[in-house]
Design a protein around this ligand. Structure first.
Ligand code: CMP
Length: 145
């Protein structure tokens, strides 16, 4: 079924945004909204609320607030899973072993600095899209219906 999901280029990979967006388009994904922004710590904590209490949370918040991120909506058939497949495993080192053509394999460094994010479920996608692209915000310019 047609889905929407939230993708995010993390601060480590923003300098490689051109290559990453090229790869995304070459795989046939359709980006329907996109913006660059700088998250403060409260915003990052809100975005990653499901990781409250995890040992890596502090490192994750430091990392994701150290520079701008690029958030985008991807729309298409089964894109929640397809986008996660293109990302590869969370740990970039493992991605290089198990999914050598994945984004994390090619552009990530390790478990934390792993280049990009993708929503892991329909519920996360809805929450994360609303976080970056609130429905009260500017009207959609590219609904690509
Ligand atoms: P992401 O897909 O954005 O979801 C949560 C993020 O936390 C993850 O990518 C990594 O950046 C980070 N992360 C997840 N697991 C670990 C871990 N074991 N150690 C360090 N960072 C992690």
């Amino acid at each position: 079924k047609t889905e929407r999901t939230l993708g995010m280029i993390k601060p480590d990979a923003v300098p490689k945004m051109g290559q990453i967006l090229d790869l995304i388009y070459s795989k046939g994904f359709m980006i329907t909204r996109l913006k660059m922004c700088q998250l403060n710590r409260n915003e990052a904590f809100q975005f990653y609320q499901e990781h409250q209490g995890k040992p890596f949370l502090d490192a994750l918040l430091n990392f994701v607030t150290r520079g701008p991120v690029i958030a985008f909506e991807i729309m298409g058939e089964s894109v929640i899973q397809k986008w996660r497949d293109l990302l590869g495993p969370t740990d970039s080192a493992q991605a290089r072993q198990d999914a050598p053509n994945s984004i994390r394999s090619r552009f990530g460094k390790d478990k934390t600095e792993n280049a990009c994010h993708g929503s892991d479920s329909t519920a996360s996608a809805i929450r994360e899209l609303e976080f970056f692209f609130p429905s009260s915000g500017p009207s959609r310019q590219n609904t690509a219906k």
